[in-house]
Design a protein around this ligand. Structure first.
Ligand SMILES: *Cc1c(COP(=O)(O)O)cnc(C)c1O
Length: 385
């Protein structure tokens, strides 16, 4: 089998013959231009303005979250969410080693340490079994479970919905509740993805979404904190806007806080993108279905589909190669040479320079996913090709 050549041919059948096809490019229509111009004309381009609340309310309504707090990016959203969940400097936070580096960085930003665990081969998300092992081995303290490996308190668990596919979130939330550890969901990639009909990012005490340029909808750069807890939402808004005590002219600030508010200009872009989200989701589902059919007959290759009982946004479509690393790297070379932008999964976080000195759990399934999965062009516009 000539895997690389066959993969290039299969991708070309779906995406057409454009000389360069990006992995995931933003989908901008006249509506986005109209809303951004409206914002510019209003002169409310910065941290005050109506688009921010409109965007927050829109995302809350779409996801079913009680509250949404718009911030500067997904990483800052996760940092603040971890702080609000009660994570303290010196804590461990359980994180999947298979994730984008921002998941671990946000943990480090609150002074805690990521404790990396394995992934689930079915969902590509954090393995609930792996988390259970860490919690079962932990000793209990009045402050919560203490990691037997590191001697540190386990401050939170951060599952991530990889490439938009929901992980086994309801099982994880039930497990975490048994040990009284808060769950903070990294739903950066999974706007539009649901597990058992419930939107990702709304299962944990807090969740976050990213609107970076490569995500399913974009605000240029941006993020959102989701929570059902009105007090946590109020505190998130306060912490991300310098903790200013409301007053007509005094500048009083009641805690160390951040300037993480999403600018109105970015929210204007987000309001337009959100209006188009259902159509973008439908396009991505059509594209995924075409890929799934096209790769169905290819030996040694499997299209990565949504886990049973879930609805994925198919943020990034991906193919898994049974032969692992050798075929993966040949496929990456051949596709990128052919102008088809394909990418491997992120290098595992426990191997990355800032984190490789930390203790971690065994991660054989994550290593296999890393070795075998290639992300393929996934822009919604490709569904029209
Ligand atoms: C994109 C992403 C983030 C961070 O979002 P930014 O808006 O780029 O800061 C966090 N976690 C995961 C898994 C992501 O894919």
């Amino acid at each position: 089998m000539n895997a690389p050549g066959e993969v290039v041919a299969a991708l070309r059948d779906i995406v057409g013959d454009a000389p360069f096809v990006g992995l995931h490019v933003p989908d901008i229509s006249p509506l986005e231009k109209e809303r951004v111009m409206e914002c510019l004309d209003s002169t409310f381009v910065s941290s005050v303005g109506a688009f921010v609340s409109q965007f927050e309310e829109g995302i809350a309504a779409f996801t079913g979250a009680g509250h949404g707090v718009a911030v500067s990016n997904g990483t800052s959203a996760l940092q603040v969410a971890l702080q609000l969940a009660g994570v303290r400097p010196g804590d461990d936070v359980i994180v999947p080693t298979l994730s984008f580096v921002a998941t671990a960085n946000a943990v480090a930003h609150v002074g805690a340490r990521p404790f990396f665990v394995d992934s689930d081969p079915e969902t590509l998300g954090m393995s609930v079994e792996a988390v259970a092992q860490v919690l079962r081995a932990a000793s209990s303290s009045p402050d919560g479970p203490v990691n037997a490996v590191s001697g540190r308190r386990i401050g939170a668990i951060v599952p991530m919905h990889t490439l938009g596919h929901p992980m086994r979130i309801d099982e994880l939330v039930a497990l975490a509740a048994d040990y009284d550890v808060p769950v903070v969901e990294d739903a950066a990639e999974s706007l539009g993805s649901r597990a058992g009909g419930v939107h990702t990012g709304t299962f944990g005490r807090l969740g976050i979404i990213s609107f970076n340029g490569n995500k399913i909808i974009t605000t240029g750069g941006g993020g959102m904190i989701l929570t059902d807890d009105a007090e946590l939402a109020r505190h998130a808004r306060h912490l991300t806007t310098t903790a200013k005590v409301p007053h007509r002219w005094e500048f009083d600030h009641d805690e160390v806080a951040y300037n993480y508010r999403m600018p109105n200009l970015n929210a204007a872009l987000g309001v337009a993108q959100l209006e188009r989200l259902p159509a973008l989701l439908a396009a991505k589902r059509r594209l995924a279905e075409r890929y799934r059919e096209r790769f169905a007959g290819m030996p040694g290759a499997t299209f990565v589909g949504e886990p049973a009982g879930t609805e994925s946004n198919y943020w990034l479509c991906a193919v898994r190669f049974d032969a692992g690393r050798t075929v993966r790297d040949d496929v990456l070379t051949a596709t990128n040479d052919a102008g088809l932008q394909c990418r491997p999964m992120w290098n595992l976080l426990h191997t990355q320079a800032p984190y490789r000195h930390l203790p971690h759990a065994a991660v054989p399934a994550a290593e296999a996913i890393h070795a075998g999965v290639v992300c393929i062009p996934s822009s919604p516009a490709l569904a029209a090709a």
